[in-house]
Design a protein around this ligand. Sequence first.
Ligand code: DLL
Length: 432
Amino acid sequence: MIWNEHYECMSREQMREVQSKRLCETVERVYHNVPFYRKKMQELGLEPGDIKGIDDLPKLPFTTKQDLRDNYPYGLFAVPISEVVRLHASSGTTGRPTVVGYTRKDISTWAEVVARSLVCAGAKKNDIIQVAYGYGLFTGGLGIHYGSERIGATVIPISGGNTKKQIQLMQDFSSTVLTCTPSYALYLAESIEEAGIDPKSLNLRIGIFGAEPWTENLRKNIEEKLGIQAIDIFGLSEIIGPGVSCECKFQNGLHINEDHFIPETIHPDTLQPTAMGEIGELVFTTITKEALPLLRYRTRDLTRLINGPCDCGRTTIRMEKCTGRTDDMLIIRGVNVFPSQIESILLEIGETKPHYLLIVDRKNNLDTLEVWVEVDGEYFSDEIRKLEGLSRNIQQNIESILGISVKVKLVEPKTIERSEGKAVRVIDKRKL
Ligand code: DLL
């Protein structure tokens, strides 16, 4: 089944027409309503009339996460805050989150693109969808929730965590679709196994997993353990949240909701567009969003675009599964973490040396973060209490600012290897 056949199956020619018209409207709107874009366009000697269609897209300026941060919190909004009915946020390098806003119409657009994604993944009206993505500022929970309601499915808004209860409700409520991060799916699968529950006794059919990179191996593993088809869903808060793209049952690339988000890939250094099928940094231009329209937003995700027919009948451009990024952002249990955030917390506390190392691992299928940091030699000759106090202080600060649990290890000076080139701040032991 296809949720919106008109848009998901139109000819390339028709799609270009839709995109061109919506792009021109968006450019006109941001030029007049967002001083940031007016200035950027003026610097490039561009007026809205210079953009006549999709072929002019490369003339437009890029937008980065830094631009959102510099204009924190509402500076890039194209509507007065009174028109904004919802805010979401994701974490950023400075400790300040990236704030995104939605008008009433944006919320409806979001439900539409998530509805398409869920149906693309194989979900239907008579499904019982367990939403184990986090509810809150993170877009995962509420995004999937609204899309599930839009298709008329039964939603279980359990949010993330609470594994025992997840399994109990899965049994009692006969969930047919599980939605969560792939790492949590694996954790759930292992917990089901450990509890001696036969996955065949559950009613699960499909898993819709995303919000972090995951490999084909992990997919196979989850599919075997749970006896389901595991589908990849992609999105980012800045563009809308989940629902930017999603795989169909043929699992050969994620169908992009192109009539809302125009994809491009660019060379991350030259910023020149790369050809269809060539790997590059994924860039999106939103062409229907009201509150936070973004021109050529650089996602930092690396992938390639695929054009051509898919056996499911959709004609939309697909993107290959994303596994890499161009920056140093880590995704730990679905939370975006930049090493510089931890650095600034350590520097703020001030009692340690500026030598630190982040060790990311995956234990029992859950991401773990350990922070090693050097302290003065005296600490080790003082009472142990002082060392423990500092370690606790760092741990609490990181946990409250980043919202993820962390283990802190204070080490003696010169324990952490110095580097002669770029510092190696992160050891990521997770195998992706
Ligand atoms: O993770 C939105 C989302 C929620 C997508 C639920 C899918 C399901 P952010 O927190 O802003 O938004 O993080 C966006 O996460 O730029 C990618 O680096 C990464 N990411 C998201 N989905 C995938 C995926 C949500 N399927 C950032 N594969 C993005 C690989 C993904 N990476």
